[in-house]
Design a protein around this ligand. Structure first.
Ligand SMILES: [Zn+2]
Length: 438
């Protein structure tokens, strides 16, 4: 119950009108000018931006881009106001393991929730019952989904399976039979674990019967993985959003399964490291973002570090806003035997060509030895495994120029590959440095 007075209700209405208008007409240059001017005003009150001077569009375009590391190293330097003014306080753990304090004002929460909910309204329906397998303690992710469900009026339950003392897999599956969810929000790794468990118990057909939508978020999900999960559950798997704790949600899925940029909520630019230009209709580069509705920690020209491809004609749905494909996060780059390896490359092959339910890349310290371990689906027929491993080896050679020392199936991967914590990086969950990887 965040809205408790007239001012809160006006805020909600304003966010709603803006989101609805943006779905009919793409925002104009004038809209962005006014919104950026307001962010500039708010940002100037923080330590980090106190010397930016008076606003003009020229001064905005002259402002150096803000490296993500600068924000990570000094999160409080970007904060505005006292902690007591915050509506919620979260902390997130980044890829480096460092904790980022994340206060949220009422404005931050309302604007982001409404913007995401109005986008997801095109995928979720009024009849949906929602299961939320995401953490709700300390980190903000499950709160956003709950906020969206409340806003859209959908019955929902948080059921993160790793909330010790409250919830576990048994509790979750019992509750599942009662709620009979039609839409499931989860990180891909957690959903994969649930899939393995239900397959082992022989209950997947029964418990997946009413599920129509798999709403994946919290970590990168690749098209091949979504296709695989969708086939197991006989449901449509969506990559529902792209964004970060620092910026809020930058893009949301459409019914066709593409991520469309939320251009009414952010001002986007692309950079090649030297030149930064307004977002083109089509193009690629590193995404730079100025979120238009942040209050607790306003940001100007934040370099997301994400290499992206922008396209105006990838999707023929009626959602305004270019589509975005995230090609890689600079922090997720990995060099194996002289080859730059990205999560998309590996998963297209692993999930595209085999029925594996997970994988682990093992490399030695020098990156000269490398093996790929594939997790066998429960009850899988092992007779085809040698051939499947050969297919993977050949595809990696042909498509990536990468020769593995070994490709092998095993029964279960170590628990580090299971993204129980959610929001972990690919390198932490699916790559392991070992003494010898032959
Ligand atoms: Zn679309």
């Amino acid at each position: 119950m965040l809205i408790r007075d007239e001012a809160g209700l006006r805020l909600l209405r304003q966010a709603q009108e803006e989101a609805l208008r943006a779905r009919r007409h793409p925002p104009t240059g004038d809209f962005h000018l006014q919104k950026v001017a307001a962010v500039w005003e708010r940002a100037a009150k923080s330590q980090a931006f106190r010397d930016i001077g008076a606003f003009s569009w020229e001064s905005f375009e002259r402002l150096p881009i803000t490296p993500k590391d600068r924000l990570k190293q000094d999160p409080w330097g970007f904060a505005v106001g006292e902690l007591a003014e915050a509506a919620k306080y979260y902390e997130t753990t980044g890829t480096s393991g460092r904790v980022t304090p994340t206060p949220r004002h009422l404005e931050d929460i309302v604007w982001n929730t409404v913007s995401v909910a109005e986008a997801w309204r095109s995928v979720l329906s009024a009849e949906d019952r929602v299961a939320i397998l995401l953490p709700s303690d300390i980190v903000p992710v499950a709160d956003l989904i709950v906020g969206v469900c409340e806003y859209l009026g959908l019955p929902h339950t948080r059921m993160y399976p790793f909330a010790t003392g409250i919830s576990d897999w048994d509790r979750l599956t019992n509750l599942w039979s009662t709620l009979r969810p039609t839409a499931v929000f989860a990180a891909p790794g957690v959903l994969m674990q649930l899939t393995r468990l239900l397959t082992q118990r022989g209950t997947l057909p029964e418990l997946s019967d009413h599920v129509h939508k798999l709403m994946l978020l919290g970590e990168v999900s690749t098209p091949a993985l979504r296709t695989r999960l969708g086939a197991w559950w006989d449901a449509t798997a969506y990559d529902v959003s792209y964004g970060s704790t620092e910026t809020g949600t930058l893009a949301a899925t459409c019914p066709a399964g593409n991520l469309h940029l939320l251009t009414h909520a952010h001002y986007f630019e692309l950079t090649d490291g030297e030149r930064t230009t307004p977002l083109p209709a089509d193009g690629s580069g590193r995404l730079v973002v100025t979120p238009l509705n942040l209050h607790a920690r306003p940001l100007l020209r934040l370099d997301t570090g994400d290499e992206v491809e922008i396209s105006s004609d990838r999707c023929d749905c009626s959602t305004p806003g270019s589509t975005i494909v995230v090609r890689g996060r600079s922090s997720d780059g990995l060099r194996v035997r002289g080859v730059d390896l990205a999560i998309h490359d590996v998963e297209e092959i692993v999930y595209g060509l085999t029925p594996a339910t997970g994988y682990l890349v093992e490399i030695d310290e020098a990156g000269t030895q490398a093996r790929l371990l594939l997790e066998r689906a429960p009850g899988a027929d092992r007779t085809g495994e040698a051939a499947a491993a050969d297919t993977v080896r050949q595809a990696c050679q042909d498509r990536l120029g990468l020769a593995w020392d070994r490709v092998a199936f095993l029964n279960a991967l170590p628990s580090t590959t299971k993204s129980g914590g959610s929001q972990k990086s690919w390198k932490r969950t699916n790559v392991r440095i070992v003494e010898s990887a032959r």
